[in-house]
Design a protein around this ligand. Structure first.
Ligand code: ME8
Length: 521
């Protein structure tokens, strides 16, 4: 691979999670999808920097710690370690893990604050309004709902209370026109499109200044030169994206190289923070605005919203323990349309694993490569002239790789997976209809061609699959004796790169089949 400096940088982030509880499948989902995007870009030869982490300040952390009888530092320490462990357990290829309690981040957030202040965008006043502790946000009266007893609730369903406090404000109202111009000039700034429309109409309806400091608790980043005030957790949280690449040192190599970020991947509930507040903060501080925000949907479990009270929160560690990493990753990427809501269902999960991984890719690799082992002394045979069927499969691999790349450019991860698995499905039909086991007796040379075409097709789809199921795809490429240096998209594009005469390794089963639960099945 060429030197890092010669490759085009690509900076991608997840949201940083609140470590006030254990990570759940929604957190795992976001990590997996972002990891697939990061890995794909690396396969394309980009110099990727991938950041994830934890958002550790705010009143919710304080309240959870109190309820558990531990200090908030202890809570943050314990649960941040769980999120870090989750990234490891899911084979996430993040380059750094940021915690907002780190000193580097305090320095960064305070510097950003000073820049916004120097630009005249921060002023002191007092704030009163309907505040939801759970959402850590104030809401407009018009956004609230009410129950029969006069209690008011935020759109999330969380109760709100009337709060009055001295507060610093950010002059968000001054950014309405600049933001709208930014959306107009950069039609790809917010995806999917329906999110962009929502944000634009929200901004068009008028922006109010934003309360950005708190005085009712001290678990946060101190506002510079303002004793008693800590920063509103979202100012601090969003800043993680620049801290991660070296801010406030804007002259550092990493900041110059990676900022502005190419992509923030987040859930649909926090679009406003990332597409209204964050670009406004950056503009105020004289920094470049990130290129793009992609909002994914929410996962439900067996069709129901996850909640502690329903007891249906899925522990991703338990899932990995039971099924392994790649089946979990694959399900998330294949079954859910990225950008739409999706569902985790146990039967659907097992069906997907058995059909696409164990049967289609697993069996095909195992059967074809072990035939090469037994009949060709483990050496890739030299193909003869291609038949129409051979050509059709090879061409399909070509077009599918192109389609997958185009889909990944727009973060349509599910479309990319589907395009590749269409080839896997077709390769199975090809293998079954060509009957190489029968050709062995009738036309040995033709058998060699069929095995070559099959193995070459497996190589070509398995390289891009490294982004989705890195461990299993890596094993299959090992069996095919594809060296680490030959596992880039340019190698997948390179038809015929599997050289006749290559000595293969003995294949072993890569995927497992799982039984659906008897009860209720
Ligand atoms: O929002 N399905 O943290 P968080 C899919 N700290 N995604 C889900 C989900 C679900 N059921 N539940 C949550 C925060 N998410 C802030 C972010 S960024 C500067 C600060 C997603 O722990 C959610 O949309 O509540 C968000 O993108 C991420 O998980 C972390 O959520």
């Amino acid at each position: 691979m060429t030197d890092k400096q010669d490759r085009e940088p690509f900076y991608v982030t997840t949201a940083i999670s609140y470590p006030n509880g254990d990570p759940h499948i929604g957190h795992a989902y976001e990590m997996i999808a972002t990891d697939a995007i990061a890995r794909w870009k690396r396969l394309e030869g980009r110099d990727v920097f991938f950041l994830t982490g934890t958002d550790e300040h705010g009143i919710k952390m304080v309240q959870t710690a109190q309820a558990q009888g531990i200090t908030v530092q202890e809570l943050a320490e314990r649960n941040a370690a769980r999120f870090k462990a989750l990234a490891g357990a899911l084979d996430i290829s993040n380059d750094d893990f940021i915690r907002t309690t780190e000193e580097r981040h305090h320095r960064s957030a305070q510097d950003l604050w000073r820049k916004m202040l120097a630009n005249g965008d921060i002023y002191q006043s007092s704030y009163e309004g309907w505040y939801s502790v759970r959402d850590e946000a104030y809401f407009d009266e018009s956004e609230l709902s009410e129950d029969g007893e006069g209690r008011k609730f935020a759109p999330s369903g969380a109760p709100v209370e009337w709060v009055v406090e001295p507060s610093y404000f950010f002059r968000l109202s001054a950014y309405q026109d600049r933001l709208l111009k930014h959306y107009e000039d950069n039609p790809d700034f917010i995806a999917p499109r329906e999110r962009r429309n929502e944000v634009m109409s929200f901004v068009k309806s008028g922006l109010q200044d934003l309360s950005i400091s708190r005085t009712t608790f001290d678990w946060g980043i101190p506002v510079p030169d303002a004793p008693g005030h800590v920063m509103y957790v979202w100012v601090d949280a969003l800043t993680n994206y620049i801290t991660g690449v070296g801010y406030p040192d804007t002259e550092s190599e990493s900041f110059r190289r990676y900022w502005p970020a190419d992509l923030h991947v987040i859930g649909k509930d926090i679009v406003r923070f990332h597409t209204v507040y964050w670009p406004a903060f950056l503009m105020s501080a004289g920094l470049a605005v990130q290129h793009r925000v992609f909002a994914h949907g929410f996962l439900t479990v067996e069709g129901k919203k996850m909640s502690k009270s329903l007891g249906n929160v899925i522990d991703p560690f338990a899932l990995i323990e039971e099924f392994g990493i790649d089946p979990v990753r694959f399900y998330c990427l294949r079954e859910v349309s990225f950008g739409q809501d999706g569902d985790f269902g146990r039967d659907k999960f097992i069906n997907r694993n058995n059909a696409d991984l164990a049967n289609d890719l697993g069996n095909l690799a195992q059967r074809s490569l072990s035939m090469i082992g037994k009949n060709c002394a483990g050496v890739v045979p030299k193909p003869g002239a291609y038949s129409e069927a051979d050509q059709a499969l090879l061409t399909l691999a070509d077009t599918a790789i192109t389609r997958a790349s185009e889909a990944m450019d727009r973060q349509l991860v599910h479309e990319a997976v589907a395009a590749l698995w269409e080839v896997v499905g077709e390769a199975n039909r090809y293998f079954a209809s060509q009957e190489p086991w029968a050709l062995k007796k009738t036309d040995f040379e033709r058998m060699g061609t069929v095995l070559y075409v099959t193995a070459e097709t497996i190589r070509r789809v398995t390289i891009p699959a490294l982004a989705f199921i890195p461990g299993s795809a890596g094993k299959i490429l090992d069996f095919l004796a594809v060296s680490d240096a030959d596992r880039l998209m340019s190698d997948a594009d390179d038809a015929g790169a599997l050289k006749p005469g290559t000595v293969l390794l003995t294949p072993e089963p890569v995927f497992q089949r799982f039984e659906r639960d008897k009860a209720g099945a």
